[in-house]
Design a protein around this ligand. Structure first.
Ligand SMILES: NC(=O)c1ccc[n+]([C@@H]2O[C@H](COP(=O)([O-])OP(=O)(O)OC[C@H]3O[C@@H](n4cnc5c(N)ncnc54)[C@H](OP(=O)(O)O)[C@@H]3O)[C@@H](O)[C@H]2O)c1
Length: 253
């Protein structure tokens, strides 16, 4: 066990699989007590058991991050479990539409913004309010995407929400800096998860992406987790408003 997050309490949303599960496991390995959040409790319980099996501490809590009442209940339960929260990783996001931007229907548009923008913002408002009440320092890590930095054909509205996350990160980093709350983002490139299955399983799309990636491969969830631990830890105490691009060099051109 490492000690880079010793005694810290972290909420990680979307922690039942993929990037969120890897971040939660790494944070627990570094000594954080981790609150695991997603809609379905079963996957969270499996991740919690793995973390505990490795000597870590984790509490699974079911919550749809797009629903304000569920967010509030979840924070109350996290505070009941651990007494405080120091770190928030906003990672749970959705992309219900894969196709040309103008072909998206109203329901998919609303759902994408409800989870990816209102969900992230609502979580930050709750956790920042808690930190300010305690007069405590804190770190917020927003998982954005390279789709928020570049054109995102076939994922256009999702890309808009990720651009909004980057904008939210920069403004809140300025507005919360005086309170000692840092806000940073990570923009992953393609990472092999259930979320990205439609891209990873398509041979043509996958090889186009790999050919353009300096690292010559698709990313894995563990490739993102180290960056999140760094941004959450005191090692990055003078870093705020940053967008850490972890894409194997895909955005280099
Ligand atoms: N994979 C990539 O290539 C890639 C690239 C760039 C950025 N990202 C970003 O990385 C993050 C994680 O993606 P991933 O690839 O790890 O996805 P994933 O494997 O599909 O995992 C998504 C997680 O989010 C949870 N979730 C989904 N909707 C939720 C909601 N409304 N409320 C609470 N939890 C919810 C899911 O659990 P439940 O089903 O139990 O809710 C699951 O734990 C996202 O922000 C995504 O935009 C991914």
């Amino acid at each position: 066990m490492g000690e880079r997050l010793r005694d810290k309490v972290a909420i990680v949303t979307g922690a039942s699989r993929g990037i969120g599960a890897a971040i939660a496991a790494n944070m627990a390995q570094e000594g954080a007590k981790v609150v695991l959040v997603s809609r379905k409790i079963e996957g969270l319980q499996t991740v919690a058991a793995e973390i505990r099996g490795n000597g870590g501490e984790a509490t699974p809590l079911a919550c749809h991050v797009g629903h304000p009442d569920q967010r509030e209940d979840m924070l109350d339960q996290a505070l009941n479990a651990y007494g405080r929260v120091d770190i928030l990783v906003n990672n749970a996001a959705t992309n219900p539409h894969f196709g040309p931007m103008l072909s998206i229907d109203g329901g998919a548009w609303d759902k994408t913004f409800e989870v990816n923008v209102k969900g992230y913002f609502g979580m930050i408002r709750l956790v920042a309010g808690h930190l300010q009440e305690r007069k405590a320092k804190g770190s917020i890590v927003n998982i954005a995407s390279v789709a928020g930095l570049m054109a995102a054909p076939m994922q256009g509205v999702y890309g808009m929400t990720k651009a909004a996350v980057i904008s939210m990160t920069k403004t809140l980093a300025m507005e919360l800096g005086a309170s000692g709350i840092r806000v940073n983002a990570i923009a992953p490139g393609l990472v092999e998860t259930k979320f990205a299955q439609v891209l990873v399983d398509n041979d043509e799309i996958r090889s186009n992406i790999v050919n353009r990636t300096a690292a010559g491969r698709v990313g894995q969830p563990r490739d993102i987790a180290g960056g999140a631990v760094f941004l959450a830890s005191d090692e990055s105490d003078y870093l705020t408003g940053d967008v850490m691009v972890i894409d194997g060099g895909w955005t280099l051109g």
